[in-house]
Design a protein around this ligand. Structure first.
Ligand SMILES: C[S@@+](CC[C@H](N)C(=O)[O-])C[C@H]1O[C@@H](n2cnc3c(N)ncnc32)[C@H](O)[C@@H]1O
Length: 221
């Protein structure tokens, strides 16, 4: 595990409950899950990796739709919650860094990364790993906070790439800010073809004048 993965592990093991509550209160979460399902089309029989699975929300949704799902995360606390949520659904969970998953090459039909890529400094290494474990024509689905949202709420400067600190009461945690071209060009550079992009607003009306979430669907070529 690199330093960021170790830091993320510590943050989610220590403040996991806070993040779970925050996510439960997110009015946009249902919409995001619906978009994920609609973009994936048919998940039956697909072998899917959820990289940075957290509490296993998407693992549960996809397993219930007939997919064979594997979830990985760096946090023991999150994996524990995910195992509980997905009990009896046949989902397998492993404590692993998404940059070095340890799976055999061409093991998956689909790799999903929902709100986890922004914990990584080396996007290229992660995308290389995703491409390695995906079958040819396999799908990649990435959901991240939209870079414009990062700028409005955090960095103020769109081009100020890199690690930044988020503070919420006593809780301090980090994210990386990458621009739209960073995400898209890195994905393209690792032998993926971008197939679809969605920019989603927020349900909160006063903040609905800029995109909050970025969804990228790509195909392994
Ligand atoms: C914001 S949560 C998102 C969880 C879940 N995908 C969701 O959408 O609800 C980010 C998750 O990524 C995990 N994570 C952070 N860095 C990681 C890494 N390098 N490898 C695997 N998981 C990581 C965290 O432990 C945390 O559970």
């Amino acid at each position: 595990m690199d330093e960021d993965a170790k830091e993320a592990r510590k943050i989610y093991n220590t403040y996991g409950k806070f993040f779970v509550k925050k996510e439960e209160k997110n009015p946009d979460r249902k919409k995001i899950s619906q978009i994920i399902i609609s973009v994936i089309n048919d998940s039956r029989e697909k072998k899917i990796l959820d990289a940075g699975c957290g509490t296993g929300k998407e693992c549960e949704l996809l397993a219930k739709r007939g997919a064979k799902v594997v979830g990985i995360d760096v946090s023991e606390f999150m994996i524990k919650l995910a195992r509980k949520r997905c009990k009896n659904l046949g989902v397998k969970f492993f404590l692993r860094d998404m940059e070095r998953t340890g799976f055999e090459r061409e093991s998956f039909d689909l790799v999903l990364s929902v709100f986890s890529l922004m914990y990584k400094k080396n996007l290229k290494a992660v995308l290389k790993e995703f491409r390695r474990i995906l079958k040819k024509d396999g799908e990649l689905l990435v959901v991240v906070p939209h870079p414009i949202e990062r700028m409005v709420r955090h960095t103020k400067n769109y081009f100020k790439r890199g690690k930044f600190l988020k503070i919420n009461g006593n809780i301090r945690y980090f994210n990386y800010h990458w621009t739209l071209e960073d995400y898209l060009n890195t994905i393209i550079s690792q032998e993926f073809k971008i197939e679809e992009i969605k920019e989603l607003g927020s349900s909160s009306l006063e903040e609905n004048y800029y995109p909050h979430y970025l969804v990228i669907k790509a195909k392994a070529i």
